[in-house]
Structures are given as C-alpha cells and as structure tokens.
Write a protein that binds this ligand. Structure first.
Ligand SMILES: Cc1cc2nc3c(=O)[nH]c(=O)nc-3n(C[C@H](O)[C@H](O)[C@H](O)COP(=O)(O)OP(=O)(O)OC[C@H]3O[C@@H](n4cnc5c(N)ncnc54)[C@H](O)[C@@H]3O)c2cc1C
Length: 371
C-alpha cells in the first residue's frame, strides 16, 4: 500500500493554499482532486472580491481569518505580481431604517479591526460615484478584487516547487481510521486505490460534510451538514456606471445583489441567494429580480441592458432559517479521530481568507499532530 504523511482532499483555493503552506516544511504532502483540473468548483465560481471583514461576527473565524487574509492576499499579489485592484467598497443605505443597519456594520467592522472605515453622506457618495443614489454609505477602502485562477495557480506552483503532489481525477470514496492514521480509498483515473495516510485534511468544499461522515462522525448531530446555497450573476452591458464595489445592506443568506467591477472593468450584478438540492451552474433567476434590487441604489439600470452571466454554489452550514454560522476548522482528536482536520462550511470569505486559513491549519498540524 502507498503511504503519505499528509493527504489533503480537495484542490480548490483552500486545499491548494494548505498544500503550499504545509509543503514548506514537510515532505510527502498529497492533494487528491476528483476533477480533471484543480479549482473547478466554488473557487472559480465566485465574485473574486478581497473582502475587508465587516460582515462577520466579532471573534468568529470568518472575521479573524478574513481580516488577516485580506492583508496577506494583497502582500501575495504584490510579491508575485498577481493582478489585483484595491477599488474600495461602498455599502449603501437607501432608507432611514437601513442607516441603523449601516451603523451596526460599522461597529462590527471596527470590532473586527477593519481599517479605514468611514461614513459618507449622500453628497460625498455622489462625488465618488455620481450614478449611485443613496442616503448614506459605509466606505471600506481595503476591499478589492483579484483573479481567483491566478491565485490558485500561485498556490499550485508553490506546492509543486515544494514537492507536494497533486493527483487529479482522484476521488476519495472512503476514509477509515486505523491504528496509525487513515486508510484513504477511492478511484484514480478509473483505477481503485488505497493510501495509508498519517494525517488527512478535509478541504472538499461542497462535499466536505460527506467526507466527514465517512469517518463515522454524525454530521447532523455535530452541525456539519451543508445546505448548498446558489448565487446567480448577470452582467451589465455597455459602459461601467461605477468604479467601486457597491453593496446594499445584506439580506437573506447572501450579501445582497451587489455591483462588482471585474479586472477588465465590466460590471457583474449579484450573486443573489437561494437554497438548492442539486449542484448545477445554470443561471435560474429572473432578470427582473436583479433589476428591482439594483434599481434601489442605481436608478440608471432601468435604461441599461443586462445579460445572464454565471452562477456559484455556497457550501453553507447555515440553513434557510438559521443565524450566522462560522467556518468549522477543527482537529477531531477529541472525537477519536487524531490526525483528521475538517474544514467545513468554507463559504465567503473563503477566497480572501485562504492564505490565513492555510496558516491556521498549519499551526494545528505543527502544535497538535506532527510526531
Ligand atoms: C457565489 C459565490 C461568491 C463568492 N464570492 C466570494 C468573494 O467574492 N470573496 C471571497 O472571499 N469568497 C467568496 N466566495 C467563497 C469562496 O469562493 C469559497 O470560500 C472558496 O472558493 C472555497 O474554496 P474551497 O477550496 O474550500 O472549495 P472548492 O473550491 O469547492 O474546492 C473543493 C474541491 O474539493 C474537491 N472534492 C470534493 N469532494 C472530493 C472527493 N471526494 N475527492 C476528491 N476531491 C474532492 C472538489 O472537486 C473541489 O475542487 C464566494 C462563493 C460563492 C459560491
């Protein structure tokens, strides 16, 4: 039987970042990815926003790893010449009640140590974004955009340079605890395989609850069950009416339909949010929903054409009626599973947080697992 010190299941941005980090100091790091290529699921179906950290509860992993990841990501982009833009973001209030929500976001952002937050009055917003009609806005200057594929290429190249091995078309179908670690089995390019691994790191995104269940964990009892939540995008045709990211006050399971300039300057609208049973990337929402939401702060959308763009699916722990749920990043030693680290519910801001998540996982490995 083949052996490995560390097996990472899943080569999205998180699995690749973890592989790049752990392979700096360790040999025998393997990444198993079921698809033909890395990064074909959530990591390439998102907004590409480098979030500031205003949206997450104080003290949560989402808040801490987002704020840290934001700083790390800009440094990585600078150092490795990855194209990014620090555009800044306006979160906008269009009614008096929404101003209360904006104030809550400001307090939360300050609690999370997000730097540079500032309220802007109607006229100040007009100076920055003449087409945006609002009562008040919260400016977060550290929000930006990056190309997720470029980031994944970097993590992949770093992992390769450190001799980590990425096996694509390699699906893990079973995970069994042994006396010394785990028997990881599955199908690789049509052939069955079994590898004996000392440590397993579950970075399987939308399948991470199923991977956890393979080890015998009761995912329902532990709150590990994922509720896939889809988000569709439309694209604005013609000249971009804004230069910054513009977000409404969050509602529902997402952050509200927002305007995101991409690196070419063209504007995407979305994502919205709705729970789904099946994974498919067809855009299923109506143009009307998008127009109505965006019209509240960008009236000129009435005269503009929009077209269907793409969709992504959030691996959410939070079900339709649940409150805020944090990322789960956990060494399961106390549940009889020494050497298993589960990463579950890595939805937004997982792209921003990826380098900080990798450091967090590496600390768990060095302090609790390495023998
Ligand atoms: C609509 C949308 C917009 C978003 N916007 C942003 C944003 O602007 N900014 C931000 O910071 N975050 C954003 N996110 C969140 C971000 O995209 C995710 O947090 C991040 O991509 C998660 O990466 P991952 O590696 O955990 O998951 P994934 O990219 O899903 O990777 C998991 C990998 O595991 C593989 N896998 C699964 N099961 C197995 C198995 N059994 N065997 C082998 N391989 C397996 C999959 O094939 C996949 O490649 C957004 C998400 C969505 C859905």
């Amino acid at each position: 039987m083949e052996t490995a010190d560390i097996v990472i299941i899943g080569a999205g941005v998180v699995g690749l970042a973890v592989a790049a980090k752990l392979s700096e100091n360790h040999e025998s790091v393997f990444v198993f990815e079921k698809n033909l290529k890395f990064g074909q699921e959530t990591s390439s179906h998102n907004s590409g926003v480098i979030h500031s950290g205003i949206h997450y509860l104080k003290g949560s992993l989402k808040a801490k790893l987002c704020v840290k990841g934001n700083i790390m990501l800009y440094e990585l982009c600078e150092r490795h010449r990855i194209f990014y833009k620090r555009l800044g973001k306006l979160t906008v209030a269009v009614t008096e009640e929404e101003i209360d929500e904006l104030e809550k976001l400001m307090r939360q952002g300050q609690d999370n140590s997000v730097e540079g937050l500032k309220f802007l009055e109607r006229e100040e917003v007009k100076k920055l974004e003449p087409n945006v009609e609002v009562e008040k806005a919260l400016l977060s200057p550290s929000t930006g955009i990056v190309e997720p594929d470029e980031l994944m290429n970097l993590f992949y190249a770093q992992a390769r340079k450190n001799h980590a091995v990425l096996a694509t078309e390699t699906e893990v179908t079973d995970l069994r605890k042994t006396d010394v670690g785990y028997e990881v089995s599955g199908i690789s390019v049509g052939e069955k395989f079994i590898v004996a691994a000392k440590t397993v790191i579950n970075c399987a995104g939308l399948c991470s609850d199923r991977i956890a269940a393979m080890t015998g964990l009761d995912v329902d009892k532990l709150g590990y069950r994922l509720h896939p939540c889809k988000g569709d995008y439309f694209r604005l045709v013609g000249k971009p009416p804004v230069t910054m990211l513009v977000y409404p006050i969050p509602k529902g399971a997402g952050l509200g339909i927002h305007l995101t300039p991409d690196l070419g300057g063209s504007i995407r609208l979305g994502p919205n949010s709705y729970y789904v049973d099946k994974i498919n990337y067809e855009v299923e929402s109506s143009e009307r929903e998008f127009r109505e939401d965006v019209e509240t702060f960008l009236p000129l959308i009435r005269e503009r054409q929009i077209q269907v763009d793409s969709a992504g699916i959030r691996p959410k722990l939070q079900g339709p009626k649940d409150p805020f749920m944090d990322f789960i990043i956990r060494h399961e030693a106390d549940r009889g599973l020494f050497g298993l680290i589960n990463l579950i519910g890595i939805e937004s801001p997982g792209l921003t947080a990826a380098p900080a998540i990798a450091e967090f996982v590496s600390e768990i490995y060095e302090n609790e697992i390495k023998r």
